[in-house]
Design a protein around this ligand. Structure first.
Ligand SMILES: [Fe+2]
Ligand SMILES: [Fe+2]
Length: 377
């Protein structure tokens, strides 16, 4: 199809978002792709329900007043001289860390809402029923993520905070775009790449066992969403013309840059600083100064660094060429990434989570099966 979607494989063929009529063509029904059936079928193994305490219990307590959710060494803001000398009281430091986490979890919640609407919008444009079923299934999984993060925020803080302006603009752009490549690169590759890194970090360092459980359960789903993006890239990128690849490569860089701005804009947290009697301008000035002093190639070290996972995804997909290499090289060592191979740092956590869920789900099914047999007697 020679359209803005840059379709290279029939299973990703697409129509305009308002072209439902095309879905009614008779030949289409007999041509369902089975490329996603494994991912769709796996959904039963890693099923979980945020409303069922058998999987996760949001009543599990955590003393947010006295316990920091993240270790102090994971909160570099506290090491800024001005912040360190203003926030001396250990209780205030705990409150500062946990307020920062409220912002972090709120961004995740808004991102999950974006993922829900994005995958629902994929159902309207993807032409193949197998691809549609995949997208519908992802929509359902994103819906439970929205429910779960909303419940977590309610349990710990009562209410989320507003979506940051940069993230909001990116989500609106991706959800509203008509082209399939924009949706899949923007969500399944870039945003979910960032999410896999962020959730792996949360799983590793968050001190609240409920938060760690939540991250792991969500990752059992996200690993598959990320895989969908990878399958698309494998079947599309190598067949693109240079001009097409340039378009997609630029879009990926645009989405990544938005997220870098979102995470990297200290101005977005001015309300947080002000709430602790800090002069936001002084905090921002300190952050800018510290960044300028830091070795730029050392910025995103660490396997689970959120941007490192995202950039690795694009790199493995062939969406970083000489054209954009220097943009990404400012953040990570691309040669080091190239030497690492395909495995992602979140994969182990997701696999362990799936085994946990299989334990619950298979036991359930065995019991239900036995009950059905009794009923049939
Ligand atoms: Fe999600
Ligand atoms: Fe997802």
């Amino acid at each position: 199809m020679a359209d803005g979607n840059i379709t290279k494989d029939r299973m990703y063929g697409a129509v305009a978002p308002d072209d439902f009529e095309s879905m009614l063509q008779l030949d289409r029904y007999g041509q369902r792709s089975d490329a996603f059936d494994k991912i769709i079928a796996a959904t039963h193994d890693h099923f979980w329900d945020p409303l069922d305490p058998k999987y996760i219990d949001f009543d599990e307590p955590f003393d947010i007043e006295t316990e920091a959710m993240m270790p102090e060494e994971r909160t570099p803001l506290l090491r800024l001289p001005y912040v360190a000398e203003t926030l001396k009281d250990p209780k205030e430091r705990v409150r500062f860390i946990n307020e920062g986490q409220l912002r972090n979890f709120s961004s995740i919640l808004h991102g999950e809402q974006g993922a829900l609407n994005l995958s629902a919008s994929l159902c309207h444009v993807l032409y193949d029923q197998g691809a549609q079923e995949y997208a519908a299934n992802q929509t359902r999984e994103e819906a439970r993520h929205v429910t779960a993060f909303a419940k977590y925020i309610k349990a710990r803080w009562g209410r989320p905070v507003e979506c940051g302006a940069v993230l909001k603009a990116l989500l609106i752009e991706i959800v509203g775009s008509a082209e399939v490549y924009k949706k899949i690169v923007g969500m399944q590759m870039v945003l979910e790449g960032l999410a896999m890194g962020a959730f792996a970090n949360g799983f590793k360092y968050n001190q609240d066992p409920l938060a760690r459980k939540l991250f792991q359960l969500v990752m059992t789903d996200e690993a598959f969403h990320h895989k969908f993006g990878k399958i698309w890239a494998d079947r599309t990128v190598p067949h693109m013309t240079e001009a097409e690849r340039n378009i997609v490569e630029d879009w990926a860089a645009h989405c990544t840059q938005s997220l870098l701005f979102d995470r990297g804009s200290p101005e977005q947290n001015e309300a947080l600083y002000a709430g602790f009697g800090l002069d936001p301008e002084r905090v921002v000035a300190d952050i800018v100064k510290r960044r300028a002093e830091r070795d730029p190639t050392q910025r995103f070290k660490g396997e689970t660094n959120v941007f490192r996972v995202l950039i690795k995804t694009l790199f493995n997909a062939g969406l970083i060429t000489a054209r954009t290499r220097s943009f990404y090289a400012a953040y990570v060592d691309l040669d080091e990434l190239a030497a690492e191979g395909l495995r992602m740092p979140g994969d182990d956590i997701a696999e362990e989570g799936i085994r946990y869920l299989q334990g619950i789900n298979f036991k359930d099914r065995a019991e239900r099966g036995a009950a059905q047999l009794v009923a049939a007697e």
